[in-house]
Design a protein around this ligand. Structure first.
Ligand code: KG4
Ligand code: ZN
Length: 344
């Protein structure tokens, strides 16, 4: 079965083709991505109207590029998958609209996919795919969650952020330091030249005894520190970046280890944009190696939003018999869509 996946929930247009057989893991055939980052950079964040317009411009040329790379024709597609939510309503509607139009024109069914389930299952596209069950640390721009994952559609939320997400903590702190949008990768790069012990920043909820996170206070502490530095900020920016990253990473690592201990599982899967962070990977690897826990990540280029994870999640949901693709071409996107509602 050949599945086309379309991602358009935020600021990347992603299209991919995945081939799925009865029980084996689906395989990525081709994927293409257009990032809108440079377009939004001038505004310091995503402008929803511009995002939607750009998805419209990019999605069909990207689809053509993917089909050409895989040497397949559109009429060979069996299912058209798209991101149904959560995300920006107008941006989601572009992917849903194009998926439904393609499905209707080709006489093929469509399937709407949860964006976070896409991230969660993206490590199955890597050369070293995980096995169920595992603990998942989902760290994106909008979400920070720890989950116990028994199988496709069998997700138990163990803890989540009560305010900002980890990606948001990176992005907002970076913005306070005058770094470009999106700040995460910029802050991480600057942090490589800094001293992570230079400034004492809070590790919120580190000893709360549960698996919840809170990052809003960190951003305030970074702002206070930046103000205190005044004219010296420029010279100490790398140290402040390194200290901020160290605070976020320490909390993510300690809570992941606590989740592994609580569940007794010996496998950790990290997914979402912040999963690309090198310091996080190094410290998780070290902490897990000590405990004989295997850690799995998505390929670096599939950590942030992409179409491959959407096609993959659709393929795995269909394989597991959780749902069927539909020929009811409804543009019913869900800009707010709790992941808990996916659990069977
Ligand atoms: O998963 P994603 O692409 O989008 C959402 O679904 O939100 O995650 C984007 C987030 C942004 O906050 C971005 O700054 C962060 O991931 N990010 C990073 C790195 N690469 C992306 N944060 C820290 N270090 C990185 N290397
Ligand atoms: Zn995402």
């Amino acid at each position: 079965m050949l599945l086309l996946g379309i991602e358009s929930s935020c600021d990347e247009t992603g299209v991919a083709l995945v081939e799925s057989q009865d029980t084996a893991l689906p395989i990525l055939q081709a994927h293409a991505l257009h990032s809108q980052i440079t377009m939004h950079q001038a505004y310091g964040g995503v402008v929803p109207e511009l995002a939607s317009r750009d998805h419209i411009r990019r999605v069909l040329p990207l689809t053509q590029a993917v089909m050409a790379e895989a040497r397949r024709s559109l009429d060979e597609i069996d299912v058209v998958a798209f991101t149904r939510g959560p995300g920006l309503a107008g941006a989601l509607l572009v992917g849903a609209g194009v998926a439904c139009a393609l499905g209707a024109a080709l006489g093929k069914p469509v399937l709407g996919v949860h964006h976070l389930e896409g991230h969660l299952l993206s490590p199955f596209l890597s050369a070293d795919p995980p096995k169920f069950p595992f603990v998942a640390l989902l760290v994106s721009g909008g979400h920070t969650q720890l989950m116990r994952v028994e199988g496709v559609g069998r997700y138990q939320l163990l803890g989540e952020t009560i305010d900002d997400a980890a990606g948001e903590a990176f992005d907002k702190s970076a913005k306070l330091m005058g770094l470009p949008y999106p700040g995460g990768p910029w802050l991480a790069k600057l942090a490589e030249q800094g001293d992570p012990m230079a400034f004492k920043l809070p590790r919120p909820l580190l000893r709360s005894g549960d698996l919840d996170f809170s990052f809003a206070g960190l951003k305030t502490a970074v702002l206070t520190q930046a103000k205190k530095l005044g004219g010296d900020l420029e010279a100490r920016k790398a140290d402040l970046a390194a200290s901020t990253q160290a605070a976020i990473v320490e909390v993510l690592v300690k809570k992941s280890i606590a989740a592994l201990e609580m569940t007794g599982l010996d496998r950790l899967v990290v997914a979402g944009g912040v999963g690309a962070n090198r310091a996080l990977r190094e410290q998780l690897n070290a902490a897990c190696a000590k405990r004989s826990v295997r850690v799995h990540y998505p390929e670096l280029h599939l950590c942030t939003d992409n179409g491959a994870m959407i096609a993959m999640a659709a393929a795995m949901r269909l394989q597991s018999g959780l749902e069927e693709a539909s020929e009811r071409y409804a543009f019913d996107v869900k800009p707010r869509w709790p992941m808990a509602s996916l659990t069977t």
